[in-house]
Write a protein that binds this ligand. Structure first.
Ligand code: ADP
Ligand code: MG
Length: 247
């Protein structure tokens, strides 16, 4: 039996702006188990980012419950939320969000520093090797391609060995081949047992996951299993290699 990593009940979020209230989430009941690879989809404004921010402990709901790995977090204070975030969650963003003047290695060391880990270099190197960036650890983000920067960001997300990885459109700024490479990295992590939840606009990207949850107007409209997920490494073999064309 796999254990629930995320469990929400009647999860609701209203943003009050002046005399207007926006109901971003209107009662979401979901369970995501350990080892799942989930794509969150839906039109712009349907509540995807709000959902990710809530299960990522970046914000609190207006109503309803969230349990992360069995721990109720909906009414925690900011410090408690920060602790849960550091311990349970690795984030990957559309724009990578790396420190620009800092090497890949130092970027990956950062979460370990916050966690008070003393021997950071070994763990940071291991994380970079896991995402295939063992060779470029001394490079700054500006010296890396978009795909390489996103790998650094994934290494940073996994270095503390979190229970789950959350990505809000992690391939949103990448071309098709690079997106496929990033999906290969997520699939590798997932096959090693990591729970991964990403937001995407693209059906093709979502089809690499094991489950697609579709939001509409702040509710879950559809929640489906993917029968034969695309294997990113197989897909890459069929895509033209830009370097081979240039050679
Ligand atoms: P999605 O990620 O699916 O595009 P969001 O979760 O960002 O959707 O937004 C859902 C709704 O909540 C939208 O109507 C959006 O305008 C509103 N919203 C999101 N964040 C805020 C905020 N911080 N303040 C006010 N309204 C917000
Ligand atoms: Mg969004």
């Amino acid at each position: 039996m796999s254990r629930p990593v995320v469990q929400t009940r009647n999860l609701s979020k209203a943003y009050v702006m002046g005399d207007q209230t926006v109901h971003a989430l209107r009662g979401v009941d979901l369970t995501i188990n350990e080892g799942e690879f989930v794509a969150v989809m839906g039109p712009s404004g349907s509540g995807k980012s709000t959902f990710m921010n809530l299960i990522g402990c970046l914000d609190r709901p207006s109503d309803g419950e969230i349990e992360l790995d069995g721990k109720p977090v909906a009414r925690m204070n900011d410090n408690q939320l920060a602790d849960v975030r550091n311990k349970y969650i690795g984030f990957v963003f559309q724009n990578f969000n790396l420190l620009p003047r800092t090497s890949a290695l130092k970027n990956v060391e950062l979460p370990l520093m916050y966690a008070g880990v003393k021997d950071r270099v070994g763990q940071a190197k291991a994380a970079l090797e896991k995402v295939g960036l063992g060779q470029r650890m001394d490079h700054k983000p500006s010296e890396l391609s978009g795909g390489q920067q996103q790998r650094v960001a994934i290494a940073r997300a996994i270095v503390t060995n979190p229970v789950m990885i959350l990505g809000d459109e992690p391939t949103g700024n990448l071309d098709s081949r690079t997106s496929e490479e990033i999906m290969a990295v997520f699939q590798d992590l997932n096959r090693h047992g990591k729970t991964v939840i990403i937001v995407t606009h693209e059906e093709e990207i979502a089809h690499h996951c094991n489950r697609i949850i579709r939001f509409r107007d702040g509710r879950v409209q559809k929640d489906e299993r993917v029968e034969n997920p695309t294997d990113a490494r197989e897909a890459l073999k069929k895509l033209p290699d830009p370097d081979a064309v240039l050679a």
